[in-house]
Design a protein around this ligand. Structure first.
Ligand SMILES: Nc1ncnc2c1ncn2[C@@H]1O[C@H](COP(=O)(O)OP(=O)(O)OP(=O)(O)O)[C@@H](O)[C@H]1O
Ligand SMILES: [Mg+2]
Length: 447
């Protein structure tokens, strides 16, 4: 009953020459809960719709239990889908909506026990007599979910099914979906742009960017060994700190990574991962420090593999159970284009693009649609804009975010000692690929 779903080099174009999914290969195992994760527009729904048979595959093949399935109609695939924009039959009560697929499947049977059991799991027993127009958006979404799960299909395909719910309900249903799909052992493909949802639900997570698979691994592995800057920045809160640095590896001295005004001296003896950084000597790299890699403490408190730097408090963000402190350390952050919030900085002056038409044409192809993973040149790096009057006291946003407890009294302008734990150091090369820890299979991690 459970299904293997395989995508082999699957591409999708809606418009000639524009690929929204680019040679995607995935082997989804029977009973697996696979999450497709990525920012808006990266092609998640398109992949799900191709698996469901609602969208043609432009190139490549989809196999269900090993059988070629590109041309199989949706009804022959025995999959239940919960859409991002779900639709209920407006003239049917919740009970009839949920029971509808059961009645189609087994016209002589009584759908009531299954409908009641499903409603209980979703906490919508009281809503069974109502019509969709009498339900809130979140309630409708739960009824739509009920309709998909009441029937026990070979696979569930869920497209952001929790997006209309408040945080409490979302957490409740998240746990419910997880236990339900595991109880039933049904293969599930779940689409979301919420990394915490992906991490808590998925057996494996497939991270997509611009229609291109970035990494496919278990939640622990995508967090601990992100293959590139995009995955590192997309997964984890607060967002990983990404600083531009240069590797210094003098033949007769200690190796270090310069971060503009300060540097991280790599402790001797060098770990094998740090030794491998020697080939980056003199090159610009991107240093990734998650919040657990940095703590506020004096150099005297340093443990082995911790090195001291310092930071000037730029901004303190109170979060209740913790505080995020934004420091200026004199380094420059690297920019991951899709993940940047719009900056309130000065307007960027448009530069004439070389080539004009040619560039615009190139932009329409799939490869350029994805663009570089990381951009080291940022408009604010260009130096002062002569057309803009200089403000008196520029408010710097800080280049390093550190988590601390709310009892620590920190104010903007304070100079604070920091310890960086180099056991948690990530280094990415100029193109954004991870070079430290070295890109190889490490035992002890899932996948
Ligand atoms: N029918 C269509 N015709 C043309 N382009 C489309 C069509 N459907 C989707 N696209 C484009 O394909 C790309 C991927 O869309 P898709 O809906 O798969 O993204 P998504 O990852 O699900 O995004 P979101 O998180 O916003 O739902 C987008 O650039 C979108 O504009
Ligand atoms: Mg979508």
């Amino acid at each position: 009953m459970t299904r293997t779903i395989s995508l082999n080099q699957v591409s999708k174009s809606y418009t000639r020459g524009v690929r929204v999914v680019e040679r995607l290969s995935l082997d989804i195992r029977p009973g697996e809960f696979l999450v497709l994760l990525g920012p808006s527009g990266c092609g998640k729904s398109t992949v799900l719709r191709m698996i469901a048979g609602l969208e043609d595959v432009t190139e490549g093949e989809i196999r269900l239990d090993g059988e070629y399935a590109n041309d199989l109609p949706p009804s022959a695939r025995d999959m239940a889908m919960v859409f991002q924009n779900f639709a209920l039959y407006p003239n049917m009560t919740s009970r009839d909506n949920i029971g509808f697929p059961l009645r189609i499947e087994n016209p002589g049977g009584d759908p009531r026990p299954r409908v009641d059991a499903t409603a209980r799991r979703l906490g919508i027993e009281d809503l069974l007599g109502r019509f969709p127009a009498q339900l809130s958006g979140g309630e409708r979404q739960r009824v739509a979910m009920g309709r998909a799960i009441a029937r026990h299909p070979s696979a569930f395909l869920m497209d952001e099914p929790l997006s209309n719910l408040d945080a409490k309900l979302r957490n409740h249903l998240r746990a419910e979906i997880s236990s339900l799909t595991r109880d039933l052992g049904v293969t599930t493909v779940y689409v979301t742009h919420d990394q915490s949802e992906a991490m808590s639900l998925g057996d494996r997570v497939a991270v997509l960017r611009g229609g291109v698979l970035q990494q496919l691994a278990g939640p622990r592995a995508v967090y601990r060994l992100p293959e590139n800057v995009f995955v590192a920045a997309f997964i984890g809160t607060p967002r990983i700190n990404l600083l531009r640095g240069t590797v210094r590896a003098p033949l007769d001295g200690a190796m270090s990574i310069s971060l503009g005004r300060q540097y991280l001296r790599l402790p001797e003896p060098l770990s094998s991962d740090h030794q491998l950084l020697r080939v980056q000597q003199g090159r610009e790299v991107i240093v990734g420090l998650r919040s657990e890699a940095v703590r506020i403490a004096s150099p005297a408190a340093a443990r082995p593999r911790e090195v001291a730097i310092s930071g000037l408090v730029a901004h303190v963000e109170f979060q209740g159970h913790e505080v995020l402190v934004h420091f200026n350390t004199g380094s420059r952050p690297a920019v991951v284009p899709e993940l940047e919030a719009p900056r309130p900085a000065r307007p960027v002056r448009r530069r004439r693009r070389d080539g004009g038409v040619l560039d615009r044409l190139r932009e329409r192809t799939g490869t350029l649609r994805a663009g570089p993973v990381v951009v080291l040149e940022h408009p604010t790096d260009e130096g002062p804009d002569p057309e803009e009057p200089r403000s008196e006291a520029p408010r710097l946003p800080g280049d390093l975010v550190v988590r601390t407890t709310p009892d620590m009294a920190l104010r903007p302008g304070m100079h604070v000692p920091l310890l960086v734990d180099l056991a948690h150091l990530f280094v990415f090369d100029r193109s954004g690929q991870r070079v430290c820890p070295a890109p190889q299979y490490l035992p002890g991690l899932d996948e």
